[in-house]
Design a protein. Structure first.
Length: 313
């Protein structure tokens, strides 16, 4: 099983409902509550569910339960940031391994509560179970957007493509300690029309094609403009890959990837955000995606990034 293939099939085969204006395909789903049967009126609730697994997203041989809980919730909150959503409540379901103690559950909850509490988003309930496998944490978030939620499908030809922060090398520790860009997304959304946005969880090499495909456009990205994290350079000195390759494909950066009109860049820069804000390319009408080197030569977009695959006999 390839994750992208399964997601494409699910999006094509999921039933459509009038009260669900945003279904499978964005970072969160949108459901109209307290409205009419045709989906009009009411309040748009934004919903997200995510999971974090021992030996996949964290490793309890090296990481603490608080770190696991912190990351599990922050992964979900990063998707809230991707739609400029204000998170309002968190639900958590945990499958503990056999032999887990009450103290383990308490430590895990304190990590979850720390992440949610940073955004005044209460943990309101959940479920617990015990099984003969490793720790599995499932987090669901409900949120609201003060304006129309930002989707992946609105990129416009001529848009600037922007990345917050720096990318690559997250495995050296940032994949556990990142802060979801909720405040930054909302601040940008207040002063500029964000046409399309998502968070960088699977790597720029994987996530940018998803955003462009949803919008029906292409792009040219300048390799020299991609903001590479020092951690990517550290890895490059030890494994033979380039720092750029790490920046494109490592994943779990949890930064924002967005497009907007070039005229809005100055408004965002005037905000004085603490996080870096870098224009890396331009949206094009042709649906191809190119990486431009320092000599101006266009190269095929590199493959890579994180995608779940399952062996099948």
């Amino acid at each position: 099983m390839r994750e992208n293939d399964l997601l494409a099939w699910l999006a094509a085969n999921a039933r459509r409902h009038a009260h669900v204006p945003m279904g499978i395909g964005d970072d969160m789903a949108g459901v109209v509550i307290q409205g009419h049967g045709d989906g009009s009126g009411g309040v748009l609730a934004l919903l997200k569910i995510d999971q974090a697994l021992d030996r996949v997203h964290f490793d309890l041989r090296e990481h603490t339960l608080r770190q696991a809980g912190l990351k599990a919730v922050n992964r979900c909150l990063s998707d809230c940031a991707a739609m400029a959503c204000r998170p309002r409540a968190i639900l958590i379901a945990v499958a503990f391994p056999q032999g887990a103690s009450t103290e383990m559950g308490q430590e895990l909850f304190l990590g979850c509560e720390s992440a949610a509490g940073a955004f005044e988003c209460p943990v309101v309930g959940g479920d617990t179970a015990v099984w003969d496998q490793r720790l599995a944490i499932t987090v669901a978030a409900m949120g609201e957007s003060p304006a129309a939620p930002v989707r992946r499908s609105g990129a416009v030809v001529g848009d600037a493509i922007v990345v917050t922060g720096r990318v690559g090398g997250s495995i050296l520790g940032r994949h556990l300690t990142f802060t979801p860009r909720i405040a930054e997304a909302q601040a940008i959304h207040q002063v500029a029309a964000i046409h399309a946005m998502m968070d960088l969880s699977d790597g720029l090499a994987q996530d940018l094609p998803r955003l462009l495909a949803a919008s029906g456009v292409g792009a040219v990205v300048e390799a020299s403009r991609i903001p590479i994290h020092p951690d990517a350079h550290t890895l490059a000195r030890t494994d033979g890959q380039t720092a750029l390759a790490h920046a494109l494909a490592d994943g779990e950066d949890y930064e924002l990837l967005l497009t907007l009109a070039p005229a809005d860049i100055a408004r965002i820069q005037a905000l004085g955000l603490a996080v870096e804000f870098t224009v890396i390319g331009t949206v094009t009408a042709q649906r191809e995606l190119w990486l431009q080197d320092e000599h101006g030569t266009l190269q095929s977009w590199p493959r890579g990034g994180w995608e779940y695959e399952s062996d099948h006999p």
